[in-house]
Design a protein around this ligand. Structure first.
Ligand code: 13P
Ligand code: SF4
Length: 321
């Protein structure tokens, strides 16, 4: 007698026409696909909406769809779930986290906050639901300056978790912010030296930078803003060449909007692809299809945390109209 062959792991069937299969599932589920600019090109091309964190939160707040398929990272999908506790929110890869969100562990942040009871907490949306639940107001890179400017001048503020965005907002508003020392591995990888070299090679190029970059890089920027603001600037500017200091996924939309212009991704310090967000890139079109087909993995949250985290998100939406 022969021993039975060991069971092989089954590979789920992936249809040839993934775009068509996803479009069919979207109809069946009454789903909306929300995607961030750092997603791979195919995902951007199939999304119903592509945007920055504020735009994505606004879309999540107003959608009538029953299912939200979130092509982004965990904190973004979590924000959509907090805004829609009764809807199914799917994330193609549940491991798509964020180094910046990870740089602010809730227990340590609670201790930090307890040491400064007179401060209010403004947290960048790139944080976990637990941190949001400990915050008074959430902000994104597109409304942080506007929100801080609305806080009375004598009110001390903790700004978490991104020290680079915090420093930028402090400079723009003239406010002395108490900064949590978190950062994003992607936006800290850009090399000032290599940006200077690129500027010498392309003297007419405009440098576009995200405020999560470190100060030496921001000092070389002609324009600083959220991903949506950078995209708009690339369309509105008369410049023909741009050095883009943010995750290069956004260049897909820049090239689509301005096909005759040249976009150069800002290089990192070493010859790696470290300027690509390893978390964002965990999502693929195949995983997005499988998530819709199996209605999993879904975002789940403790109701207490979700309720506490909703308030500062709503406050942000009110303060940034
Ligand atoms: P925005 O798209 O809101 O500018 O944020 C960039 C980012 O790092 C998302 O993780
Ligand atoms: Fe987080 Fe940075 Fe990736 Fe944005 S680019 S998701 S901040 S690790």
């Amino acid at each position: 007698m022969f021993a039975a062959a060991a069971a092989r792991p089954t590979t789920p069937a992936i249809p040839q026409d993934l775009f068509g299969a996803i479009a069919d599932l979207k109809q069946d589920l009454n789903a909306i696909i929300l995607a961030h600019y750092y997603q791979e090109n195919d995902i951007q091309d199939i999304a119903d909406y592509i945007g920055d964190s504020l735009g994505l939160a606004r879309q999540a707040a107003q959608t009538d769809a029953e299912v939200i398929v979130f092509a982004g990272v965990h904190f973004m999908a979590e924000t959509a779930k907090i805004l829609n506790p009764n809807k199914l929110v799917l994330l193609p890869d549940l491991d798509a986290g964020c180094s910046l969100a990870d740089s602010c562990p809730p227990a340590e942040f609670a201790q930090f906050k307890a040491k400064h009871p007179d401060h209010i907490v403004i947290s960048y949306i790139n944080c976990t639901a637990e941190i949001k639940a400990m915050s008074d107001i959430i902000c994104t890179s597109s409304n942080a300056v506007k929100i801080v400017n609305q806080i009375p001048a004598d009110q001390p503020i903790i700004f978490a978790p991104d020290k680079n965005l915090g420093r930028y907002v402090s400079e723009q508003t003239g406010r002395d912010l108490l900064l949590w020392q978190g950062s994003c591995i992607v936006h800290e990888t850009f090399s000032e030296k290599r940006i200077i070299e690129l500027k010498l090679e392309h003297p007419n190029a405009e440098v576009l930078a995200h405020p999560e970059c470190e100060t030496p890089v921001l000092n070389h920027a002609d324009f600083i803003g959220s991903t949506t603001a950078l995209l708009k600037r690339s369309q509105d500017s008369a410049s023909q060449t741009f050095i883009v200091a943010t995750e290069p996924g956004i260049i897909h939309q820049m090239e689509k909007a301005s096909p005759s212009k040249t976009f150069i991704p800002a290089p990192s310090t070493s010859n790696c692809a470290c300027n690509e967000c390893p978390h964002m890139r965990l999502n693929t079109l195949e995983k997005l299809y499988l998530a819709m087909k199996h209605k999993a993995p879904e975002i789940t949250l403790s109701p207490d945390i979700a309720t506490a985290a909703l308030k500062p998100i709503q406050k942000m939406l009110e303060m940034s109209v």
